[in-house]
Design a protein around this ligand. Sequence first.
Ligand SMILES: Cc1ncc(COP(=O)(O)O)c(C=O)c1O
Length: 414
Amino acid sequence: METSEIYEEAKQVWNPTKPEYWENLGINIVLDKRAGYEFWTKDGKRVINMHLNGGVYNLGHRNKEIIQALIEGTEKYDAGNHYFPSEVKNELCKRLLATAPKYMKYVYMNNGGGESIDSAIKFARYATKRTRVISMLEDFHGATGFAFMSGSDLWTDYFYTPVREEDFTRIHRNDLETLETILKKEDTACVLMEIITAGTGFQMPDKEYIQKAVELCHKYGAVFIDDEVQVGLMRTGKMWCCESYEIEPDMIVTGKGLSGGIYPMSAVIMNEKASAWMQEDGSTHLSSFSACELGCVVANKAVEITTRTSTGENVRKLEKLYHDGLTELQQKHNSFMPEFYQIGVIMGLQTSEPEGAVTLMQELYKRGVWAIRSGWNHSALQFKAGLLMDEKLAQETLNILDDALTACKKIYNK
Ligand SMILES: Cc1ncc(COP(=O)(O)O)c(C=O)c1O
């Protein structure tokens, strides 16, 4: 089947409007062969993946070691049984706890990031016997129930979902005064935050603000949920983003890259306080595929690869290469890209135009790099390198970016 036929059929059976959006931008991808940080479209175009599905492909497409673990896993495992413990589940809990801050006690495993955010909110409500969830208007936590209600009004209104302000209070980042005023009511169960917001293009947060927000949260008896679905798993150069910002969350939510790009997995890593619900009755929160055993096999391998010394070293090498390269490109193309944001292999490219990142996304794609404009801010492009990417491929993305920025300057007469 040709790409155009697949798109036409998709409009009939999958989604009538989504394929059209990408077609109109000239980014009509149908994934074909994929390996490492590259994929080929059905039309034979080679593309370097700098989107990584938000970090799903942290370890690359079809990582050979992950595939091997999956194949071996299928010889022995299936979904398992969520009612009963098993060695492979315990192993994943132990691996995650070994990498997490020392005070973390338990791990609850799910399939998607939104589902784990929903779980974490339930755990926080039980732990505090309070209901209010404070989240940041700039953040995104998923499309499931509580995660969705912690997000933008645009989408809750779209889906006719009333959100009671006193249950889900959404405030702006960097507003400590409002945060404290609400926390003082002492009815807040949790403050939920992405330390670095993906949706606005990875502007680096003020460390003092983050630390103060956690301090206030704890001062007034609430639980801090650190959404690391995009920024955890070594993407900042440390296993967990909270280490980079020196904060002590009560729960870390991880997902995306935990899947090894193969098997949907997410998890809530929690401290003693957050685990109160399971101290009372651990059978009250469950799902059929929680801690799916085959998923645990894959996630165990993903965590093992992520925590290797060589992986950390590669991230530091890439961090420097990109920092130097982007500094040069920012100087050269200052009129269109006045700024960039970076920590580890997480990068945001700030353009000077309101829709500049959409144009940059198109120009990059024409030249063989796939990177996405930010969801809430079309002036900033998310530029995400994989943990295991080699320097040659990374340099190629910078060379292509140079060309794409030159093209954007022409388009905008800069
Ligand atoms: C920061 C963050 N949290 C949570 C989620 C939800 O994860 P999932 O799409 O796996 O439900 C996402 C997804 O993009 C995310 O970026």
